[in-house]
Write a protein that binds this ligand. Structure first.
Ligand SMILES: Cc1cc2nc3c(=O)[nH]c(=O)nc-3n(C[C@H](O)[C@H](O)[C@H](O)COP(=O)(O)O)c2cc1C
Length: 174
């Protein structure tokens, strides 16, 4: 399938709805709820069986997806701000929570993600967008490794793990 051309139009994500999807262990979509289909602009048939990068936006740093996969493949959960691209090239921001699903023997059999809208827009404008721009720049100069190194340095500067960083900016009191 051809990738849409990104366009600077934001799809509003309703504040009281969750976008949910499930994948197999390779990131192939096995379930998409109606809200996810509606916001991303795809039918359920168009999403099921496709890699989840179908909604990847080119503004997203690869570093964040490496962190995502490294974390969930270890059996842990991850929270992240993600800019996604809808079928018509427009974009939507979400705060995503991705978790592994286990069988009764403890083996990972897939992943689930639920996403909610980003209500605090200042977090995007002042923290996440500048950070992701810097990560993208580092990646274009020195590849994925440079992005990972930059994120590590930024977290060291504030003495936080990635999760602590995300939680601090998300739930800080104004
Ligand atoms: C449960 C689950 C949900 C995901 N949700 C998204 C998503 O909403 N947007 C996205 O770009 N990637 C998402 N990913 C990550 C993609 O699988 C992929 O790693 C990412 O889009 C980077 O694309 P690439 O592999 O082509 O570099 C998700 C992965 C999993 C396991």
């Amino acid at each position: 399938m051809e990738r849409p051309t990104p366009k600077p139009v934001e799809v509003p994500v309703p504040p009281d709805r969750f976008l949910v999807s499930k994948t197999d262990t390779k990131g192939i979509i096995t379930y998409a709820n109606p809200v996810f289909c509606e916001i991303a602009g795809y039918s359920e048939e168009e999403l099921i069986g496709k890699p989840h990068n179908i909604v990847r936006h080119p503004d997203m740093p690869r570093t964040i997806f490496k962190l995502l996969w490294d974390t969930i493949q270890k059996g842990e959960e991850l929270f992240a701000y993600v800019k996604n691209m809808a079928k018509d090239g427009s974009y939507y921001w979400v705060f995503a929570h991705v978790t592994p699903t286990f069988d009764s023997s403890g083996k990972i059999i897939g992943y689930t993600s639920d996403r909610r809208p980003v209500l605090n827009r200042d977090v995007l404008t002042n923290i996440i967008e500048p950070l992701y721009r810097e990560l993208k720049e580092a990646e274009s100069r020195g590849g994925l490794e440079a992005g990972v190194r930059l994120l590590d340095e930024k977290l060291k500067q504030v003495s936080k793990s990635y999760e602590e960083f995300v939680f601090t900016i998300t739930f800080k009191e104004d």
